[in-house]
Design a protein around this ligand. Structure first.
Ligand code: NAD
Ligand code: ZN
Length: 671
């Protein structure tokens, strides 16, 4: 499209190129200083348009061309020149571009790995000792951040077993778990996203000011005269955690790995914004050389954006099932994380205050996987017109009008009225939800109508509904009334675990319900009658959760009796008991590690690794994520990384092809 714009505007092309080039410079500068003005996806759009115009009109290329430059002329505290430039990467979004990359290097194996979203670091070792750690900077000169790296970055060995000068490059990321924990502990100064957090951490002048902001290093590049030719093997032999690399010999296999990485991007504890393809052989990579700002021997495949900016048009205060009143952002529709988002959470009033968010602001919205979209912060405050409005928390419940109470450090608001209509509806909707009783045919709209009519207040009321009662409502026929009654009836065997989930006890999670079942509780009444002491003896149940369980279940005790009387089972179900593994299970007592791509041999279909691991567990195995001395067996799928095999060899672990395990699973009747 950008090229069309250029040719239509004709004489304007030169002006447009200048405008875009200026924008790129300004946006990069802000970004590398730690306060981005737009989301990455929008910045990339500007670069793409500029690139398109310059390709169509090479004679109009600006001089200097910002697209030929890397990073930004950052403010450097302690400049260090790199041994060779730290470059950007050529970008691809289509399978044809992957095929073209393979065609350029016939016969060369390629590793495909996640493109981690952090910041790159060069680690220089001399005679085994860490000499310095340097940021990318403008690609030629970076900042010496050795002190900070020693204090805060995990995965950087202070000594390695290698002579002479060795340079390892990789990405320092803030793990998602660290990011979440940090923001929970510092509601007054939240970090906007893990990438920005990592970059900001290594810009600090004094490690003390960024305590707790721990980062993790994953290596993806190695310069050493006496190391293995294979990149991954070279890195892991020296003791570095490498980005998960998969060896591929042709474009199709690489494309499959790229797709797999994208599909599983949210199972990982770090952000990734794409996959990187790179020649596996270090010599071949070096021989391929570089362009003005990117190596020829690598290619970055970009994934769909998980962050975008949009306008916050309003804030509503939503009453939840536990009475919590939470701010919900109303957004101008924006396509992010694979769907169009119009609502996002704003957490609580303290978060709003800390992030300085106002109605009318251009905000950054983040949606990663199944995580509820949330407003991460305000972008570009200079866009404010003065028409923005403060976000004012309500002083009374938007549903029942009762005064609110504030709780905890983040001053969360609660309506404590047990008869609050909004809460009643939310609790009923929760009881009917899939994770609980799963009353599929009675959706939220119906629940609200039935509650308004006064015939639905407690979960037990579902089980007294009659077809005649339903037929009295507008637009309800015989068929839908029967469907609803049948669906309610089918939910009677709900059982201990899902009934407990359905009752939405504050602080009790789905995991709490699972653990109570596994700990030997036979019914919900038994949980309700247990004292705190017995509850805390269950693994992972602490005193606060136990107190909440006893308090709320005691209040709900009459409701449990009503449910029972109406034929609802609150007993533990077989499927919720710990699996019984007999000593003759085919993998009993074995600790196994699964690696590579797993396919069901009967259908040829791909099987996600966690699913296959669960099958192994059913066969008696304990699964682990990495090979160690206690591993009994490494189960290999297709395209296995060299490092796992080397490690298995080192620890004398049996390497077993997946086909043998499938055979065991089939014979034992597990699949
Ligand atoms: N929001 C903004 O205003 C703004 C402004 C400028 C740049 N940006 C963003 O910054 C990025 C700019 O590109 P860039 O040149 O910094 O990075 P890039 O996207 O070209 O990729 C190069 C970088 O990828 C990293 N990387 C992660 N995993 C890797 C792996 N396995 N192998 C090799 N490299 C790996 C390295 O740090 C390397 O420096 C883009 O994502 C862009 O959206 C945003
Ligand atoms: Zn209320």
């Amino acid at each position: 499209m950008s090229v069309v714009v250029g040719s239509v505007r004709g004489v304007d092309v030169e002006g447009r190129i200048r405008e875009l080039a200026d924008q790129v410079v300004v946006l990069r500068d802000a970004y590398y200083r730690g306060s981005p003005l737009v989301a990455d996806a929008e910045y990339d759009g500007i670069e793409d348009e500029l690139r398109g115009l310059i390709e169509a009109n090479p004679e109009l290329a600006p001089d200097p061309n910002p697209l030929d430059q890397v990073g930004a002329p950052a403010v450097l505290h302690a400049p260090v020149r790199h041994s060779r430039p730290m470059l950007s990467l050529e970008k691809a979004t289509k399978a044809e571009q992957v095929a073209a990359f393979f065609a350029r290097f016939p016969g060369q194996p390629v590793v495909v790995m996640p493109k981690l979203d952090g910041l790159s670091l060069a680690l220089v070792y001399r005679d085994g000792g860490l000499l310095r750690a340097v940021t990318r900077g403008d690609g030629t000169t970076g900042d010496d951040v050795t002190q900070l790296v020693r204090a805060l970055v995990g995965g950087v060995p202070s000594r390695i077993d290698a002579p002479g000068v060795v340079e390892v490059r990789g990405e320092a990321v803030m793990l998602r778990s660290t990011f979440t924990a940090y923001n929970a502990a510092h509601p007054d100064k939240p970090l906007i996203n893990p990438r920005n957090a990592a970059a900001g951490t290594l810009r600090a002048k004094d490690p003390a000011t960024v305590a707790g902001r721990n980062l993790t290093f994953f290596a993806f590049d190695l310069d050493a005269s006496a190391a293995e030719a294979d990149l991954e093997l070279g890195l892991t032999t020296l003791g570095f955690a490498a980005a998960d690399m998969r060896h591929c010999h042709e474009a199709e296999a690489a494309q499959a790995v790229i797709t797999e990485i994208e599909q599983h991007r949210n199972d990982l504890d770090y952000d990734l914004d794409g996959a990187v393809l790179r020649l596996a052989d270090r010599g071949a990579y070096a021989a391929a050389g570089t362009r003005s700002n990117s190596p020829r021997g690598a290619l970055a495949f970009k994934f769909a954006a998980e962050e975008k900016s949009t306008v916050l048009s309003d804030v509503l205060w939503d009453v939840g099932k536990t009475g919590k009143i939470a701010p919900v952002a109303q957004l101008e529709p924006v396509f992010v994380g694979g769907t169009t988002v119009t609502r996002a959470t704003l957490a609580n009033q303290e978060v709003i205050k800390a992030r300085g968010i106002r109605i009318g602001d251009t905000v950054l919205v983040r949606r990663a996987g199944d995580v509820i979209p949330f407003v991460a912060g305000v972008l570009d405050e200079s866009k404010r017109t003065g028409a923005e409005r403060e976000i004012v928390p309500p002083s009374e419940c938007p549903s029942c009008g009762q005064g609110l109470i504030e709780q905890g450090n983040s001053r969360e608001l609660f309506c404590t009225n047990v008869a609050c209509p909004a809460q009643t509806v939310r609790r009923l909707v929760h009881w009917a939800s899939r994770a609980a009783a799963d009353i599929e045919a009675v959706g939220p709209v119906w629940i609200e109508r039935l509650a308004e009519a006064g015939i639905l207040e407690h979960p037990s009321d579902f089980y007294t509904l009659t077809k005649d009662q339903l037929l009295e409502f507008d637009r309800v026929g015989e068929v839908s009334a029967t469907r609803m009654i049948d669906s309610i009836a089918a939910s009677r065997p709900v059982g201990l675990r899902r009934a407990l989930i359905g009752l939405a006890i504050p602080m009790a999670s789905e995991g709490t319900a699972t653990r109570l079942c596994r700990a030997g509780f036979g019914s919900l009444e038994e949980v309700a009658d247990a004292d705190v002491e017995r509850l805390v003896s269950v693994e992972d149940i602490g005193p606060r959760v136990a107190a909440s369980l006893t308090e709320h279940l005691r209040r709900l005790r009459p409701e449990l009796d009503r449910l029972r009387a109406l034929g609802v089972s609150l007993d533990v179900r077989d499927e919720d008991l710990p699996p019984v593994i007999s000593s003759d299970a085919p993998l009993a007592g074995k600790t196994v590690v699964v690696t590579g791509a797993i396919n069901d041999p009967r259908t040829g279909e791909k099987v996600p690794r966690p699913t296959f691991q669960r099958l192994c567990e059913k066969a008696g195995a304990t699964t682990a994520s990495s090979v160690s001395a206690s591993t009994d067996m490494l189960i290999t799928g297709a395209d296995v990384g060299a490092s796992k095999l080397t490690k298995a060899e080192k620890h004398e672990v049996a390497v077993v092809d997946q086909s043998e395990i499938w055979q065991l699973l089939i014979t034992a009747g597990i699949v």
